[in-house]
Design a protein. Structure first.
Lengths: 141, 73
């Protein structure tokens, strides 16, 4: 249930994001999820891609600094209180959330979560009958 | 080097390689502050620190251009 996420250091200059998306697109690498954490000078682009190893090679080849981190993808019903329930489970298990990004479409909402203990997060969420999406499902075309 | 309202402002550009890079914004900001404080306590002047991507600082085989003076003197 662990998903490998690539994080890339980007300067706040026009065209930087496009260079990443073009490089991945040219190599046939699909981006399944993406978010940017930004400051005044730089941003951290976080994304889940169809081929982590190839994406690393392509981006390092273009001089980008990057790292791979582990995240989980939670699916909850697209209704009030659904995310709260999951967060309470994590909080009760003394797990801290480092960051998350989410969106909802139709009846479902998807939440990408990075915690301080991924293995434990998976264990408690599954124990409480929550649904985690495996990486393979994100990359199906 | 830049000049704003008769004050000279120095900004040190630091390339972020993978030894420094962190997925967390807070860690990168803490690191930037550390460099800023180290410079200030050693040199006695306040220098802005700006993180930039690897290989964005100009390389030269001859005399390297390490100082960009943008002041209109």
């Amino acid at each position: 249930m662990i998903i490998q996420q690539i994080s890339v250091f980007l300067e706040n200059r026009s065209g930087r994001l496009t260079e990443v998306t073009a490089a991945l697109g040219d190599q046939g690498i699909n981006i399944s999820a993406l978010c940017i954490a930004e400051t005044s000078d730089f941003g951290i682009l976080r994304m889940v891609v169809s081929d982590v190893n190839k994406a690393q090679e392509v981006l390092r080849g273009r001089g980008f600094s990057l790292s791979v981190t582990q995240v989980i993808c939670l699916r909850v019903p697209n209704q009030p209180g659904a995310v709260n329930q999951a967060l309470r489970i994590l909080s009760k298990a003394s797990i801290s959330i480092e960051y998350m990004y989410a969106f909802a479409v139709g009846a479902a909402a998807f939440v990408m979560i990075r915690t301080n203990d991924i293995e434990q997060s998976i264990a408690v969420l599954l124990e409480n009958k929550l649904t985690l999406i495996p990486a393979s499902e994100l990359h199906e075309s | 080097m830049e000049r704003e309202h008769n004050l000279d402002i120095m900004t040190l550009m630091v390339e972020v390689d993978e030894h420094v890079f962190s997925d967390k914004v807070g860690q990168l900001e803490t690191w930037t502050k550390k460099v800023h404080h180290a410079l200030e306590s050693t040199l006695g002047i306040s220098i802005n620190v700006k993180l930039v991507e690897p290989k964005t600082i100009e390389r030269s085989e001859g005399k390297a251009r390490r100082v960009l003076d943008k002041r209109k003197l």
